[in-house]
Design a protein around this ligand. Structure first.
Ligand code: ATP
Ligand code: ZN
Ligand code: MG
Length: 316
C-alpha cells in the first residue's frame, strides 16, 4: 500500500454514530446489509450526489440511468465471474410450469412456500448489478468512440454478497455514482487525476482526515493471471476516510484505469477501429456519509460551513 496523499486534519475521538442513526430512524434495517434511509443521513447522501453529479456534468459527462439487473453474459465476458464470483447475486424466476406456479400460490405456510420455491427456481440468467459501469459498457457495446475522449455518469444501487455485512461499511445493497470515461491512455489518466484532485480539495475544505492510496485489487491478486496482475498493479487508487472510533481507514471512492480490458470485452473501439482506453471513478455514498458522521458527529448543525451550506439550503 502506497500513500500518495494524507491530510493532517485532527479528528476528535467520537463515538460510533451507528446506534444514534438507528435510534433516530435515519437508518432502518431490513436484513443483513440492507437499510432504508430517512432524515439527515438521506439528506447527506443527496447532497453528496448533487456535488459529484454537478462536477461530472460540468466536465461534459452524459448522464445515464440504468435498470437493476444485468444479463449474465455481461459478467461472463468482463471477467467478474472469474475474480468476484463469490460476490454475485443472481436473479431467477420460477420455471414456466403451471402446476408448480399453482402449487406455490396455494401453499399455506411460509415453510411450504419455501420448499416449493427450492424446487421450482429456474435458470439464473440475470444478476443484480455489482457496479455502475458495466451498464454503461453495455450501452456502448460494439460501438466506436472518439479517441479525443467522452464521459458518462450514472448513480445506481449496487449489490454484492460480502463475506460479512458490517454495519454501513460493508453493505449488500449500496448507492454509488460512477463517472466512466473513454479515450487515449494519457487522457483517461488525466481525467482520473482530475477527479482525485476534486475529491481531495473537497475533503480538505471540509477538514476531513483522509488519504489517497494505491489499492491492492483482489482481481489482480488471485494469482490466476500473473502477467495481468503485474502489468496492472496500481491501476486502482482509493480515497480512504479514517473512522476515528475504531482507528480504521475505509475506502469511500475508487479511481480505476481499465486500460483496454473492458473496452475489449465489450468490443468498444476508437473511430478508426483502434483500441480505446477506459477508466471509472466510483463514489460509495453510504461509506462517505458514514465517514462524515464518524468524523463530524451526528449533529449536522455543527458540520463545517462549507459542507453545511450545501446541506441546508440558505433561506430568506
Ligand atoms: P473494498 O476493498 O472495501 O471491498 P472495493 O474495492 O470492493 O472496496 P470498489 O469495487 O472499488 O470497492 O467500489 C467503489 C466504492 O464503492 C468503494 O470505494 C466503496 O466506497 C463502495 N463500496 C464497495 N463495496 C461496498 C459495500 N459492500 N458496501 C458499501 N459500499 C461499498
Ligand atoms: Zn466502474
Ligand atoms: Mg470489495
Amino acid at each position: 500500500l502506497e500513500i500518495l496523499f494524507e491530510s493532517s486534519a485532527d479528528t476528535a475521538h467520537l463515538e460510533d454514530p451507528f446506534p444514534t442513526l438507528l435510534d433516530r430512524r435515519e437508518l432502518i434495517p431490513l436484513q443483513a446489509g440492507v437499510f432504508s434511509y430517512q432524515g439527515g443521513f438521506l439528506q447527506t447522501i443527496e447532497v453528496l450526489d448533487a456535488i459529484f453529479r454537478y462536477h461530472a456534468l460540468e466536465m461534459g459527462a452524459i448522464e445515464q440511468s440504468f435498470g437493476t439487473t444485468l444479463p449474465l453474459r455481461s459478467l461472463f465476458e468482463n471477467g467478474y465471474l472469474g475474480a468476484f464470483s463469490h460476490q454475485a447475486l443472481f436473479v431467477a424466476p420460477l420455471q414456466r410450469r403451471l402446476s408448480e406456479i399453482r402449487r406455490l400460490a396455494e401453499a399455506k405456510t411460509p415453510e411450504e412456500k419455501a420448499g416449493i420455491l427450492a424446487q421450482t427456481i429456474d435458470d439464473h440468467g440475470q444478476v443484480l448489478s455489482p457496479v455502475v459501469c458495466y451498464h454503461c459498457f453495455e450501452t456502448l457495446r460494439g460501438s466506436c468512440l472518439s479517441l479525443d475522449g467522452s464521459l458518462f455518469t450514472a448513480c445506481a444501487r449496487c449489490h454484492r454478497r460480502e463475506s460479512e455485512h458490517e454495519s454501513l461499511v460493508r453493505l449488500q445493497t449500496f448507492l454509488m455514482r460512477e463517472v466512466i470515461f473513454f479515450g487515449r491512455d494519457t487522457w483517461v489518466d488525466s481525467v482520473r487525476m482530475n477527479l482525485i484532485a476534486h475529491l481531495r480539495d473537497l475533503l480538505l475544505e471540509w477538514g476531513i482526515r483522509f488519504r489517497i492510496v494505491t489499492a491492492y485489487d483482489p482481481f489482480f491478486a488471485g494469482g490466476h493471471n500473473k502477467r495481468l496482475y503485474q502489468s496492472y498493479f496500481s491501476v486502482k487508487y482509493e480515497c480512504q476516510l479514517l473512522l476515528p472510533h475504531i482507528q480504521q481507514w475505509v475506502a469511500v471512492a475508487s479511481f480505476n484505469n481499465h486500460h483496454t480490458t473492458l473496452t475489449r470485452a465489450y468490443k468498444i473501439c476508437g473511430l478508426s477501429g483502434s483500441p480505446i482506453h477506459s477508466g471509472c471513478v466510483g463514489y460509495g455514498y453510504e461509506r462517505l456519509a458514514y465517514g462524515l458522521y464518524c468524523q463530524l458527529g451526528s449533529d449536522l448543525g455543527t458540520w463545517p460551513e462549507a459542507l453545511r451550506s450545501h446541506l441546508i439550503p440558505a433561506r430568506g
